[in-house]
Design a protein around this ligand. Structure first.
Ligand code: F6R
Length: 366
């Protein structure tokens, strides 16, 4: 049932191009120039009149939410708050009828996310679910939603669900921006077209697997890892760090790259691998200078760069090249090598990748 792969996690990493195609099926049209989400058609008034969106989630789903926030704010000019469901539900938060609450959950069973939804409902908010498990508890208590349609995820570490969640959030932000007319048609077309090409580019990224497996052997010694990224890459850094800690039991932290000098830089020495997402976008120069700062302290840099970057390849210890895409879609590509890095380091260390200690696939108790 693992389809020839040694672990479900690797199988699910490799399924991502197909999963994202399934997620977009019937939503992004075949020409790649329009996005239709039935929930946006059916509940247009609620979504367009919302004064604020609040996204509630846990773990990896919370990282997807951070990416969704940037897109919904950027494309649609709607204020978005991202909350850990466990904090939100106990904080007596301000929730009104003018809020749309988006609950993101792969399993649809996470106790804290379900409780956050019920709380928001009591306060009259409109509830939108982004889930994977069809007919699970969260979709049953929402007003509407969009399934991510990536198929069952068996590995405890979430992989294809994350890229599915980010894809749905991208389609949601695009569909709303079109209705609200907050984005030029040209820009809309360009992003939809690029989104349509993501599965093909994911296939390119998957070709890095055997090389990342080799590279991973070099890093099993590490006791700590730092992951840095800015903008859309900051949640990717958080997600890369979470993957590494949960399956390889190496301590890892994700940080917005510019925060490094406000504390974490003190940790850097020759035993400290630093993974930097340094793709060619608006933050490139600034992230480049962070890499120089790490190198000046003898840290080991593993850089994710856009194919053809010859500046960072001269400075970094290891370089992982990604196909070019537009900034907001970079997480869909950049997350994959970080999933593979965590996977291979854990395998090299002989850990149980599909069932890490102390973790369950769905957290149905708080
Ligand atoms: C990490 C992971 C967890 C889940 C979290 C939320 O790899 O799998 O952090 O993302 O427990 O689960 P769902 O999305 O099912 O609500």
């Amino acid at each position: 049932e693992k389809g020839g792969y040694p672990h479900f996690m690797l199988k699910e990493i490799f399924e991502q191009p197909e999963c994202i195609t399934n997620c977009m099926r019937g939503r992004v049209n075949v020409n790649g120039d329009n996005v239709v989400l039935s929930a946006v058609i059916d509940y247009k008034q609620y979504l367009l009149n919302a004064k604020r969106f609040i996204i509630v989630a846990c773990g990896t789903s919370w990282h997807a939410a951070l990416i969704g926030k940037q897109m919904i704010e950027g494309f649609c000019r709607i204020p978005v708050e991202v909350e850990y469901a466990s904090e939100f539900r106990y904080r007596n938060p301000v929730i009104t009828k003018d809020d749309v609450v988006i609950a993101i959950s792969q399993s649809g069973e996470t106790a804290d996310t379900l409780a956050a939804v019920k709380l928001a409902r009591q306060h009259g908010a409109f509830i939108y679910g982004i889930c994977n498990a069809i007919g699970s508890s969260i979709p049953r208590v929402t007003d509407t939603g969009s399934y991510i349609h990536v198929g069952p995820e068996i590995g405890v570490a979430s992989t294809k669900a994350f890229t599915g969640q980010v894809t749905v959030l991208t389609m949601l932000a695009l569909a709303l921006a079109k209705e609200k007319e907050t984005m030029s048609y040209e820009c809309y077309r360009k992003i939809v077209k690029e989104l349509h090409e993501i599965p093909g580019k994911m296939r390119e990224v998957l070709k890095l697997n055997s090389w990342i497996a080799d590279l991973s052997r070099t890093f099993t010694y590490a006791r700590n890892f730092l992951y840095l990224g800015r903008g859309y890459s900051y949640p990717v850094a958080l997600e890369g760090a979470l993957k590494l800690k949960e399956i390889s039991y190496i301590h890892a932290e994700g940080y917005p790259a510019a925060e490094m000098k406000h504390g974490p830089i003190a940790l850097i020495d020759s035993d400290m691998p630093v993974v930097v997402i340094a793709t060619h976008n608006g933050m490139y120069e600034k992230v480049l200078s962070n890499i120089q700062e790490v190198k000046a302290r003898k840290g080991k840099v593993i850089a994710l760069v856009t194919k053809g970057d010859d500046t960072i390849s001269r400075i970094a210890d290891e370089v992982i090249e990604l196909p070019d895409t537009i900034e907001c879609l970079e997480p869909l590509l950049a997350t994959i090598p970080l999933q593979m890095l965590a996977y291979h380091i854990a395998v090299c260390k002989g850990k149980n990748v599909d069932q890490p200690r102390n973790l369950a696939k769905s957290v149905t108790v708080e």
